[in-house]
Design a protein around this ligand. Structure first.
Ligand code: C2O
Ligand code: CU
Ligand code: CU
Length: 500
């Protein structure tokens, strides 16, 4: 059974209750935790590698291999409390993590010290997210990829003061997908994110439950959040020290917040839900064995059929779900997920139990760009341009008080997005739109690759490329669109569309 695509009911409702003050705010502004006394050597090393302006995407600071010392952490699953009306409690808080022996790294997290739980919601359910700001500064809670009214979207307008909480209530009305959430305060997104604020949202529906895909959470259905970080000599996530206007990258990989991770799995098909949760680094995932895998989902839903891939590139904010068949390996196999440059991202340890090989479903969705959509004229044009900290859309930087575009609710429009190269060639901008899942109609006039013929909310636009997107908002409100290199976002490569 497939879910219908454009026919979505529009009874989603929303209610924001402000200020149920539930927790004290500690007056504490020591966001800079550098421990200068240990640092200097390490620092200089790192600085010299991140110094020159445009290096970050053509020749990024190398990532260190995972030596597979630690079993991958699994985020807790946050299921609704049914009796209480599907309430989910989500608290942004401070914490510490011992990533390195003997060092307490100061971090931020949701319902814990670093990253957050997987919020699992079901299509059709009316849910309440109770969000609490237990930080010592303002934050917002943004639901990346969720189709919900602008009021609840958690963009920069929806700042929550320390010690305050809010309730966002809405009806889940979109296809099964792997979405995520993170803060979005104006100009402060990068730093809060860098220190650990992010989590996943799983949307499930009848289709996802009936396809027979691996879906045993933490066993054969694994969330993987990839983040590169730079630690200073005192092992702190000293954002102010390492921030780079071209996008902050680091030499240290964390997967689900685990340093040097490995993943133990059985001899079976395993579903990996990949999120590029980095501020700026791109990843091209492949297997060190050279074996292929099947991509089954894009940002916002299943592909129509599984697509065999040898590698898959994700820019910041993008997700993909893939199925890796581990039944062909055994305990002696050396299998790992690696990056384009062969850096080991995640080694696998194979358990010799279970040899069950389920079949792959063949019909997973009925995604299509319709003739009607193809015949629509372009009604919005956006030009992305960035050089250093001067990053703009249509020549303008973000202004909270300026509405850049308006669009009618439930009406499809064609947006044309062009990435204008600079003198040095330019860089890839991961372009993201809030509050909707859209379709790629064309890239430079051509069909997108098969694995991008599915619902998307973030797209990698290469310098000189032009994308045409078919975009429809099912709800009303103000929604952001921006580059998902978070330093670009914070520096103003963002605009807003009012849907009415
Ligand atoms: Cu991940 Cu404005 O979004
Ligand atoms: Cu978003
Ligand atoms: Cu950008």
């Amino acid at each position: 059974m497939k879910s219908r695509i454009w026919i979505t009911s529009l009874f989603a409702s929303i209610l924001i209750i402000g200020g149920c003050s539930s927790s004290k705010s500690e007056p504490d502004d020591n966001m800079d935790h550098s421990n200068m006394s240990h640092d200097d050597m390490k620092m200089e090393e790192a600085d010299s590698q991140t110094e020159n302006g445009h290096m970050s995407h053509t020749n990024p600071l190398a990532l260190t291999d995972s030596i597979g010392e630690n079993e991958l952490a699994l985020p807790a699953l946050l299921e609704p409390e049914k009796e209480k009306g599907n309430v989910y409690n989500i608290v942004a808080q401070k914490g510490t993590v011992e990533f390195f022996d003997g060092y307490q790294t100061e971090t931020l997290g949701y319902n814990g010290s670093f990253l957050g739980p997987v919020i699992r919601v079901n299509r059709g359910d009316t849910v309440k997210f109770r969000t609490v700001n237990d930080l010592s500064e303002e934050t917002t809670f943004h639901w990346h990829g969720l189709d919900l009214p602008g009021e609840g979207d958690g963009g920069p307008h929806k700042s929550i003061k320390p010690g305050k909480s809010e309730i966002v209530e809405f009806t889940v009305d979109q296809q099964a997908a792997t979405l995520w959430f993170h803060p979005h305060p104006e100009g402060k997104t990068s730093e809060q994110f860098y220190k650990g604020l992010a989590g996943l949202i799983y949307v499930e529906d009848e289709n996802s439950k009936n396809l027979g895909l691996p879906s045993d959470y933490g066993v054969n259905d694994i969330p993987l959040i990839f983040q590169d970080r730079q630690f200073d000599g005192g092992k702190q996530l000293n954002y102010q020290r390492f921030k780079n206007d071209d996008g902050t990258i680091g030499d240290t990989l964390l997967v689900n917040g685990t340093l040097n991770p490995k993943l133990t799995i059985s001899k079976e098909k395993v579903r990996l839900r990949l999120l590029n949760g980095s501020n700026a680094r791109n990843y091209t995932f492949k297997l060190n064995t050279g074996d292929s895998f099947e991509q089954i989902a894009t940002d916002g839903g299943f592909l129509n059929t599984p697509e065999t891939m040898n590698e898959i590139t994700l820019t910041p904010g993008e997700r993909a779900e893939v199925i890796v068949d581990f039944s062909k390996y055994d305990a002696t196999s050396n299998v790992a997920l690696i990056n384009e440059d062969n850096t080991i991202l995640l080694p696998f340890k194979i358990n010799e139990v279970g040899t069950e090989t389920s079949d792959m479903p063949q019909n997973m969705n009925d995604f299509a760009v319709t003739d009607e959509e193809r015949s629509l004229p372009v009604s919005k044009k956006l030009e992305l341009f960035g050089m250093g900290n001067m990053v703009t859309i249509n020549g303008k930087r973000f202004d909270m008080n300026r509405i850049d575009f308006t669009q009618k609710q439930s009406e499809t429009e064609i947006w044309e997005i062009y990435n204008k190269p600079d003198m040095m060639g330019g860089m890839v901008h991961p372009f993201h739109i809030h509050g909707t899942q859209f379709k790629i109609v064309s890239i430079d006039g051509k069909e997108p690759p098969v694995n991008e013929q599915g619902w998307k909310d973030t797209i990698a636009i290469e310098p000189g490329e032009t994308f045409k997107l078919a975009i429809k908002f099912n709800n009303k409100g103000i929604y952001m669109y921006h580059c998902h290199i978070l330093e670009h976002e914070d520096n103003g490569m963002m605009g807003q569309v009012l849907v009415e």
